[in-house]
Design a protein around this ligand. Structure first.
Ligand code: GDP
Ligand code: IMO
Ligand code: MG
Length: 420
């Protein structure tokens, strides 16, 4: 059977958590393949809401296996807190989550390194979530990292201390105050908690499950934050694109089935970096307020702007998207006019390509639509949707060359409409 993939096509926070929770009904296996606690995936059902950081969004569905794959970076402290909150919802996470031995561990010193690096950059900072993501992937590719499988080794404490020493040397270059032992005791306690889980060769487990079951891979962040294809250096440190699902889980490209590309009906970005359609005006503020655009992990206000088709086309190309999923259309319910960027002007020349120097002055070329001015949140089927909204979707499908399979019209599991 195949691995279908859910990916964010913009700058993260597209609503991946909600849609994975919805789709998880049809998938017995759900996997995270990259990123870590920089992610904040919100779910809402039966009057309850929940934000997941490292745990796959299938965790609340009965009879699902939730895999934390090798491409993920895991902070034992954050993972324990998250699992304890899940347990309060009546689900025993030790029973339905399995963790790859090859996933890398975020140490307390990785978080210090993240903070020191950001502080040193001043105005040019990345706007990291400060969860230690960049430094942990640096150690992974630099071949110094500690992995989840190491917690089972007798030498674990020794390995930890070696890496901590390395970090202490690295930190000497920064004019930054820190306590090198911060959170260490708590971290080791959380490592003991981690040992309650099945720590496995998840590539074998997953490929064996695929003999009889289909799986859904849940992307974190978004394509425009990918370490290769985002506006470097204003990116995260992992492969957020579809290919990341193969390397982050140990499945072959031929095993990938559908690729669900998730996008908001407008755009947001949190952290620094280029954002061609950003609105620094009252309309942007209206989008932020109506869309409750404040970070699920950090609480930071998200930057807002109109939908950006050149950026979406780029994401669809590198991800091989087969199905689009439009989120948060209801946020635009009260707008008289809605704009969509159909091209850019770069140095006076029109293009529909996302440029290498995205920081260069990009002037979006907009097409205007009349708003539908109807409450979408109560719509249950495609038939009930206003025709102005259907025209908006039809235009986007035509421009992007991919069908919109679902439209989400509210944060709840039930507010999801199948379009085909
Ligand atoms: P993720 O990181 O991609 O999982 O997205 P986040 O959870 O960080 O941000 C999405 C936010 O939008 C969350 O607060 C969701 O509850 C909310 N949300 C998701 N889908 C919809 C929708 O269709 N309409 C509205 N109004 N809110 C939504
Ligand atoms: P989800 O999965 C939105 C952004 C940060 C920063 C950059 C690098 O919820 O969509 P990092 O902590 O990874 O070093 O930060 O990436 N970022 C996200 N933005 N949603 C996320 O995850 C993000 N994870 C990281 O704001 O700009
Ligand atoms: Mg999020």
């Amino acid at each position: 059977m195949k691995v279908d993939v859910v990916l964010g096509l913009q700058w993260g926070d597209e609503g991946k958590g909600k849609i994975v929770d919805v789709l998880a009904r049809n998938y017995p296996v759900i996997c995270r393949f990259q990123g870590g606690p920089n992610a904040g995936h919100s779910l809402q059902f039966s009057g309850k809401s929940f934000v997941l950081h490292s745990v796959p969004a299938g965790v609340f569905r009965k009879n699902t296996v939730n895999i934390i794959g090798n491409g993920v970076v895991l902070d034992p402290i954050i993972f324990q807190e998250e699992c304890q909150a899940i347990a309060k919802m009546g689900v025993d996470p030790t029973k339905n989550i399995i963790i790859s031995k090859r996933a890398h561990l975020i140490l307390p010193t990785h978080r210090i390194m993240d903070a020191a690096s950001e502080a040193s950059l001043g105005k040019t900072k990345i706007g990291s979530t400060l969860k230690g993501i960049g430094p942990t992937y640096m150690d992974k590719t630099g071949r110094n990292g500690l992995r989840v499988g190491d917690v089972l080794s007798k030498d674990f404490k020794k390995k930890f201390n070696t890496l901590k020493q390395r970090h202490a040397s690295y930190l000497k270059q920064f004019d930054f105050e820190y306590d090198i032992n911060k959170n260490e005791k708590e971290w080791f306690k959380a490592v003991e908690y981690l040992k309650k889980f099945k720590i496995v060769d998840s590539e074998y487990e997953l490929n064996s499950l695929l003999k009889t079951k289909k799986a859904l891979a849940e992307g974190a962040q978004g394509t425009m934050l990918d370490v290769d294809f985002g506006a470097y250096p204003f990116v995260t440190s992992s492969s957020t694109i579809c290919a990341g699902a193969c390397t982050g889980l140990g499945v072959a490209p031929t095993k990938i089935g559908k690729v669900f590309g998730v996008f908001k009906a407008y755009c947001t970005r949190v952290g620094s970096g280029p954002f061609p359609t950003e609105l620094n005006d009252a309309v942007g503020e209206e989008l932020r307020q109506k869309g409750h655009e404040f970070g699920a992990t950090t609480g930071r206000p998200r930057r807002t702007g109109w939908l950006d088709l050149p950026a979406l086309k780029f994401a669809i190309m590198v991800d091989g998207v087969t199905d689009l999923i439009m989120m948060k259309a209801d946020v635009l319910d009260s707008f008289d006019t809605i704009k969509v960027a159909v091209a850019y002007k770069v140095d006076g020349k029109k293009t529909d390509r996302y440029p290498y120097e995205a920081s260069a002055k990009i002037e979006p070329v907009y097409k205007e639509f009349k708003g539908w001015k109807k409450d979408l949140t109560k719509c249950k089927t495609a038939k009930e949707l206003p025709s102005a909204f259907k025209r908006y979707i039809a235009f986007i499908e035509k421009e992007l060359g991919v069908k919109v399979s679902y439209a989400s019209v509210g944060p709840d599991r039930s507010q999801t409409i199948r379009m085909d």
